[in-house]
Ligand binder design. Sequence first.
Ligand SMILES: Cc1cc2nc3c(=O)[nH]c(=O)nc-3n(C[C@H](O)[C@H](O)[C@H](O)COP(=O)(O)O)c2cc1C
Length: 354
Amino acid sequence: MRIGERELALPLIQGGMGVGVSMGGLAGAVAAQGAMGTLSTADAGYAEPDFATDPQGANLRTLEKEIRKAKEIARGAGVVAVNAMVATRQYADAVKTAVKAGADAIVSGAGLPLELPALVEGSRVAIAPIVSSARAARLICRTWAKRYQKAPDFVVLEGCQAGGHLGFDYEELEAGSCPTLEELVPQVLAELKPFEAEFGRPIPLFVGGGVATGREMARYTKMGAAGAQMATRFIATRECDASQGYKDALIAASPQDIRLIHSPVGLPGRALNSPLVQKILEGGRLAPRHCSGCIKNCRPSEIPFCITHALIQAVKGNWEEGLFFCGGRVEMLKEMLTVPQLVDEIITEWRKYA
Ligand SMILES: Cc1cc2nc3c(=O)[nH]c(=O)nc-3n(C[C@H](O)[C@H](O)[C@H](O)COP(=O)(O)O)c2cc1C
């Protein structure tokens, strides 16, 4: 299938994972298989020596370097995408840097990416929003068509079982009353239809959030989706850019170890029940020691913990202070695999059931 200027051989996206979980190593390995690998822009420069003094500079420099690395590993195959979150202060600069560094696609969520077409103007990069409702899909498509005469090159629909920050209310997540992907897929497809007609091309829909096997992927492609986005499953791979400590924590976990938290980003999040999570859920606080100004509306004096610090500690494997984001299907992580093994397993099963 066409994704902007590129051909995507396999209808599978490895979702972006910040901080540092999906960088050039993982995204490049996934693209090399003919699928779409996604780097995360969130605090990409966390391991750089000047991150404490110049986080913005370290982030953009590292992002550029990691995109080049991913493209080198992919060797012309697949699609190298970059995930940029609207809620981050560096959003516009990160998107512009990614385009300059040669990313094939920009995927944007954690807020409504209404201005994304303007940020990539003059380039041929593919652009895609992440949505969690038909309403958001409609609003984004209408705005892009009206303001920029542009339709998304593809759309990611993220359901309530996803890892990381979630586009649903905390209360409906807790109550288990979120709409299911089976309900959302036809609704979002219906919203995309008029824009496919207006722009004379398909707008492929990729479905993610708790989609963990090729068989589950087939369920949604039979409903009309183009493919799936998976993230958590890619953490237990050798090529994943997180520390072995992160990978081992997820492999050892079962569904009972997963908790929902209120993130300082202003969205609910799904993570492992680590000592930090237990502390926050009991009303405790790990006061921020340093602020890099990563999130637009964050109030360091009020928040229970610093999201940047917690995610950086997690990617380094610090169980005590880390926030270990993971999706709802953590039981699917049983052993370490390579990216080629995992992609082959998923695609072989998908072909069998599609
Ligand atoms: C560790 C982790 C970090 C994530 N970070 C981001 C992120 O920075 N930006 C984003 O849009 N989504 C992020 N996500 C969401 C994933 O890209 C993906 O859509 C979702 O997790 C899919 O569900 P799955 O993990 O059950 O496959 C993250 C997910 C995980 C597990």
